[in-house]
Design a protein around this ligand. Sequence first.
Ligand code: ZN
Length: 361
Amino acid sequence: MIDEKRKDWLRGAYLDRITEAGMHYAADHTHFVDAEWESYIAGEFSYLTELSVDDHSYLREQAGYEAWQRIRAALGEASKTAISKLHRDNDDVISTDASFAVGIGWLSLLHHASGRVRTYPQGWRARIVGGKEKLGCLVLHIACDYDARGCRSEVERLREEVRLRSLGICEICGENGRLRLSGYAKTVCDQHAAVMGEFREDDGLWADPWTWGDDAGRIDDLLAKGRAVMSEYPAESAELLRGMDPVRPRATQHVMDESNDPLRSTPIGMRIDDDTWSRQGREQELLIEFGWHLQDAVNGAAVKVEFLDGYVRDEVAQWREYAAQPLTESDEEFLHGYLRDLILEEYERIRIKQAAERNNE
Ligand SMILES: [Zn+2]
């Protein structure tokens, strides 16, 4: 072990070599991969025979930090440039203040979505207001007039199409990819898989994290470990969906027919839709506006019960920027309570289903 004083001295005396080693690695790597770095840096400072083994290890660590920072800055720059171009090319359909927390590999999907929104009737007032990565999926946020004929089903179909396609595209580079699980979930190609470190045992068994709610067998894992739970869904499916036409059938007529409403295709969505029309006033407005956000949030609620309040608060806070009008304190209070109850009910529904299945075995 070396003390802080020694570290300061080393950093000062060998700064040029630290910088050089980091810069060299960063120059031909788009991502920092631990294993690659280790072999690159292994003997890098050993020629400094006047230094101890601990000194060497400290210099390697500093060089790694330097490389990582440079790679991160370059990535941030590339992403900023690509996102401004996306805004510039699509300023008629993307809100000026829309933010996109996604890798540049998915930009083609955002361009595709923009093109589709451009074809919508003026009366829908549809605008892309943001997008983010969630459990390896691209979740798109679109503001529109849900009451306009045909609007809701088409907009939600587009969102789901983009989400499913993202599960077949590397978020980093745009090549063919699939959902992978290590300490976190991310959709990447074979080449970029290394970025994620060590994979979980069940990596490759799940292709769509959104469908976990239908898989009773995984709820124990969810509650026990507080991590994302994926349902069994053939891994090929995401690949098959890539490049295919939208996966949901188009309504034969542009008439809001409840049975064709995509929100009603899952038990949670159906529950939200029923609640929407049985309530009135501001509560109804909020459920109309945030129905899909609520469903996404329930599906993404892979948290232990004791973390639920924090999760609910964070989710609702993120919706502020998409709100048609500013959310008041009582709006948020309603959304917190509603979302929390819905998640607890969903946990319970799955637990009951699971118990029933065990009894049948
Ligand atoms: Zn890739």
